[in-house]
Design a protein around this ligand. Structure first.
Ligand code: PMP
Length: 355
């Protein structure tokens, strides 16, 4: 084996924002079933460690272009986490103040991260669900004339995945036939944007959508009541609180509706939170791939596909964010801080430096 070397990127970057996107697709070697090729697209390589960095830069730049956002104007968004972190990073780099509203059930690391980037975080009661946080954001915007990022409705969402995520997938799988592409949805931006391109340029790729087994909004077949601006009017009847943060809000977002209306996915695979946690840990401990609960859940759906796929099938699974964003959540619940029995035994097996 040759000694490992690197050659640099051959350029320097003018801003952290230019490092968003171009995330790697990585082969899964040890836990994939025999006879299929499984890959993950590791969105945690983005500068603020999630897929939502793409959305954040798109919302801000499209609004700058259209004139909807003026220099230095306050940006407001309702977000349970990664969109807030992405927007906080983009707003810090571009000099916009940011106010984020979120249910108080979102993980502590997300709130503190946003504040670390300089954003203001306003908590809303978890009993009011995502819609409560959304209504608070809307109230603040209506009262003050600030700019609402509107991730669930804005055309800048699917657009960025069409122009970046999807193009990267086509380029990286050039010469290989991509048989399955697997994704969950939060806003539906990843799904709708990537599916627009795959349906056109890779029609043989089956698009698999996953959602929580206890909140099958799509699987229920029921529609969503909306107000005039496309925002949800009420919670969807099939929604139940689930542990897969960032997935399936308590309504069907407008951004996702396009994919439903135009049949831009071929099947829906329900996944449990426990399976998401299981596969996130398997990816970390057997592959060295560190992703959150939604990444584990998407991979759980991809494993179901892999078990029944034809020999030689090529499967790509989205991993939306990093596992490090979940240290205070059920993902790390059974991971101790203190030494366990085996660690203590190892420590006592040589004479010095005992606790
Ligand atoms: N997983 C996590 C952890 C997320 O934060 C998000 C975005 N809300 C998603 C998955 C889904 O991405 P999208 O909004 O593009 O559907």
């Amino acid at each position: 084996m040759q000694t490992r070397q690197t050659v640099g990127r051959g350029k320097v970057y003018d801003t952290i924002l230019d490092t968003i996107g171009d995330t790697p697709c990585v082969r899964v070697n040890n836990i994939a079933p025999a006879g299929v090729e499984m890959y993950v697209k590791a969105e945690y390589f983005n500068p603020a460690s999630s897929v939502k960095d793409r959305l954040a830069i798109s919302i801000i730049e499209e609004a700058e272009k259209s004139g909807a956002l003026k220099p230095g104007e306050i940006v407001v968004e309702a977000t349970s986490g990664n969109t807030g972190v992405g927007l906080a990073m983009v707003c810090a780099a571009k000099g916009y103040p940011l106010i984020v509203t979120m249910p108080d059930s979102a993980s502590i690391e997300r709130r503190r991260l946003m504040r670390f980037f300089g954003a203001k975080v306003i908590l809303t009661p978890r009993t009011e669900k995502g819609i409560g946080a959304y209504k608070k954001a809307k109230e603040l915007v209506d009262a003050n004339g600030w700019f609402l990022a509107a991730q669930f409705e804005t055309s800048a969402n699917a657009l960025v995945h069409e122009n970046t995520t999807a193009r990267e997938i086509l380029a990286d799988f050039d010469g290989k036939s991509l048989d399955y592409w697997v994704s969950g949805y939060g806003t539906g931006g990843t799904l709708t944007g990537v599916a627009r391109v795959l349906r056109q340029s890779s029609p043989g790729t089956r698009i698999v959508l996953s959602e929580p087994d206890i909140a099958q909004l799509i699987g229920s077949g029921d529609g969503q009541d909306r107000s005039e601006d496309g925002a949800p009017a009420v919670s969807h009847t099939a929604f139940e609180p689930h542990p897969i943060q960032g997935w399936t809000p308590d309504f069907i977002p407008l951004v996702l509706q396009e994919a439903i209306d135009h049949k831009m996915f071929d099947e829906v695979v329900p996944v449990s939170g426990a399976d998401g946690i299981h596969w996130s840990r398997e990816l970390a401990s057997k592959e060295g791939i560190l992703t959150g609960i939604s990444g584990g859940a998407t991979f759980a759906a991809a494993m179901q596909v892999a078990e029944r796929a034809d020999a030689g099938a090529v499967i790509l699974c989205m991993l939306p964010d990093t596992g490090e964003r979940y240290l205070s959540t059920p993902l790390f619940e059974t991971i101790g801080e203190d030494m366990d029995e085996e660690e203590t035994r190892l420590s006592l097996s040589t004479p010095g430096f005992h606790m």
